[in-house]
Design a protein around this ligand. Structure first.
Ligand code: PLP
Length: 456
């Protein structure tokens, strides 16, 4: 067994971490996780932490769940992987059937991949080719996508193309295809546009003006339904998503919902789309699909889109896209069990109840001088840290104040993450009421301690 110090040395010597400023990382003591149980993670020295970011927003039932483990064991005894190229396999068939049943039949086909970004990439290629397949002359110019300001859809080149987060995407701009950006209702930072309803109306009006002028060039619009996660848990007011759907229909462009972050119970319904009763043409799923166990993603679409890819062999309407581990048996079998357990354990109504109970407790954070906004949709929570509550000015990025806060939280046994000036608390969905409450107490204490120590 290696000591913490040896592992730390190997980590720093050999591993390049995603999204990480490696020079700063090398100066820190990394957290090295060894095991997990329920809502807790344990490091190699046996210290215990509440998983307040659900291991990057994926964990549903907790770590090391006996029933999910058993489903995996059962499958691994049969086979771990065979391909979906030219053959099928049992778990991927059953999972597709289940997903289609859940979506109520309008989405009738499931295309598998292995990360959220790939599910998005597939959605974009599918949408573009759909128009080309149905009429390449008439729809010759439908080769652009609309997405929201500060959108995040993953890190592959297509997903980055439709992304709007300058910090992540700016450097790659010269490599990307053209995107049309429209405003999103970031209520906290749009005072000048009025109240929630007026902000939604403004955003939809901008979208409509864009579509009026450019719909013939647009293949589709991609949105994160209800909450823009990576942008800092920007929760959209009621009516926005429905309004987007209405305009997509009016101007004959495809409506693509990226449920990668919000799907599988996170916002208090199994899928976020349910809350506004929208019916997308394409849906991207990932993250929580396997309960946080294994990589898997899926792009779901309608019979209408799927049938545009049928045609005769010589017509070349085939969708030329695929990944080696597409429809992997282990991932699909654990995903099936995850969905079965979501139903059996009434997880969705439980998330709703817990989220409601937590809402009052979260208000207490406003007592802190640096908490400007607390946003919540289900168990997706963002706490925006500001230097001045009136002007809403954020701290200088070089101060890394939010990073200091999460280190204080870690000292107190809670793992959370900052996204720019926003602390994000995205707990394991099965976290108990007591664990959720004590997490908020830790967040309060961590912010307070940072404020005191830095005299801000
Ligand atoms: N789409 C959304 C809305 C996301 O939040 C993410 C990841 O955070 C992705 C896509 C990309 O998923 P992955 O990291 O699995 O590629």
């Amino acid at each position: 067994k290696y000591s913490y110090e040896q592992l730390e040395q190997f980590d720093k010597q050999y591993v390049w971490h995603p999204f990480t400023q490696m020079k700063s990382y090398l100066e820190e003591k990394p957290l090295i996780i060894e095991r997990g149980k329920g809502s807790y993670l344990y490091d190699v020295d046996g210290n215990r932490y509440l998983d307040g970011y659900a291991s990057l927003w994926v964990n549903v039932h907790g770590h090391n769940d006996p029933e999910l483990n058993e489903a995996l064991h059962e499958q691994i005894e049969k086979i771990s992987h065979s391909t979906l190229l030219g053959s099928a396999n049992v778990p991927s068939i059953l999972l597709a059937k289940k997903l289609v049943e859940i979506w109520g039949g309008k989405l009738s086909k499931v295309f598998y991949s292995d990360t959220g970004a790939a599910a998005v990439e597939i959605a974009l290629k599918m949408a573009y080719q759909y128009w080309q397949n149905i009429d390449p002359v008439r729809y010759k110019h439908k080769n652009k996508f609309i997405s929201l300001k500060e959108a995040y859809h993953g890190d592959t080149i297509g997903a980055v193309s439709v992304g709007g987060m300058d910090l992540f995407h700016r450097i790659f701009r010269p490599l990307l295809f053209e995107r049309i950006e429209v405003p999103s209702p970031y209520v906290y930072r749009m005072d000048e546009y009025g109240d929630e309803e007026e902000i939604v109306n403004y955003c939809l009006k901008q979208l409509e003006e864009t579509l009026e002028q450019r719909h013939s060039e647009v293949a589709g619009m991609i949105v994160e339904p209800l909450v823009q996660g990576a942008a800092g848990i920007i929760t959209h007011p009621e009516g926005f998503l429905k309004g987007v759907e209405t305009l997509c229909r009016k101007y004959n462009i495809l409506f693509i919902c990226d449920e990668v972050a919000v799907g599988f119970g996170r916002t208090g319904t199994l899928f976020a789309c349910e809350q506004e009763e929208v019916e997308p043409d394409i849906v991207c799923l990932g993250k929580g699909i396997t309960g946080g166990y294994l990589p898997l993603a899926a792009t779901l679409t309608t019979e209408e889109i799927y049938s545009a890819f049928l045609g005769e062999v010589h017509e070349n309407k085939t969708f030329f896209h695929g990944h080696t581990y597409t429809g992997n048996q282990l991932s699909c079998s654990v995903a099936l069990k995850n969905i079965e357990l979501i139903e059996k354990r009434h997880l969705v109504s439980d998330v709703q109840r817990k989220a409601q109970a937590l809402a009052g407790k979260l208000q207490k954070l406003y007592e802190l001088p640096v908490v400007g906004d607390v946003r919540q949709k289900g168990l997706m929570i963002g706490i925006e840290i500001v230097k001045d509550k009136k002007t809403k000015e954020i701290f200088d990025r070089s101060e890394q104040i939010e990073h200091k806060m999460i280190l204080e939280a870690r000292k107190r046994g809670l793992i959370i993450r900052p996204l720019g000036p926003v602390l994000t608390f995205i707990p394991v969905l099965a976290m108990t009421d007591e664990q959720l409450e004590s997490s908020v107490d830790i967040i309060f204490a961590a912010i307070n301690a940072t404020v005191q120590a830095n005299k801000v």
